[in-house]
Design a protein around this ligand. Structure first.
Ligand SMILES: Nc1ncnc2c1ncn2[C@@H]1O[C@H](COP(=O)(O)OP(=O)(O)OP(=O)(O)O)[C@@H](O)[C@H]1O
Ligand SMILES: [Mg+2]
Length: 166
């Protein structure tokens, strides 16, 4: 990816991933699109749940594994958490009504975005989680001014997060 901003957190535990979500929550409350990549069990839902809690969602946060989408309203923001693992083709995305989202500030958190083909808005932020033994490597990247601003702020907090190197 040319012109991308990248921020890496190697070998983080679940608490550190949660701390990152807390820091990001302050930024993403203006809305945007976040892709969550990584294999089964990498921690995509764990991260989304921590972010939703930090945004102030007090309802029970279900994984959208079966429903495809779970939606929340928090502090003037519509938040949609999607898990596209089970969609057969990108045509199935149409009924989710993503095309109608323009207008209100919204935040999309999308697990398995690669299943959507071109049916999704482009990402402000991509989080790629991968297994590293019992912990995870987390790599954030962004190619939009909005997402790059989020990463800039997150980078300033990096030394205070879990087992990240100073
Ligand atoms: N550092 C870590 N970050 C996130 N999850 C971790 C970490 N270490 C261990 N875990 C565990 O790994 C599991 C991650 O499951 P989770 O449902 O979040 O994965 P997922 O990426 O959403 O998978 P799926 O593709 O099936 O939706 C949880 O049981 C969590 O407790
Ligand atoms: Mg999941």
């Amino acid at each position: 990816m040319t012109g991308a901003t990248v921020l890496t957190f190697p070998a983080i535990d679940e608490a550190a991933l949660g701390a990152i979500a807390v820091h990001l929550a302050a930024s993403v409350s203006d809305g945007g699109v976040v892709y969550l990549r990584g294999e089964l069990g990498a921690g995509k839902t764990t991260f989304a749940r921590a972010l939703l809690e930090a945004l102030g969602v007090d309802a029970r946060i279900k994984s959208p594994t079966y429903s495809l989408i779970e939606s929340y309203a928090v502090a003037g923001l519509a938040v949609h958490h999607l898990d596209l693992y089970r969609i057969a083709d990108s045509g199935e995305l149409e009924w989710l009504g993503l095309a109608d989202l323009t207008g209100e500030p919204y935040l999309l958190l999308v697990e398995w975005p690669e299943r959507a083909g071109r049916g999704l808005p482009g990402p402000d932020l991509i989080l790629h989680l991968s297994h590293a033994g019992a912990v995870r490597d987390a790599v954030f990247s962004s190619s939009t001014p909005r997402g790059q601003q989020w990463l800039l702020r997150l980078a300033q907090r990096k030394s205070s997060i879990g087992n990240a190197p100073a």
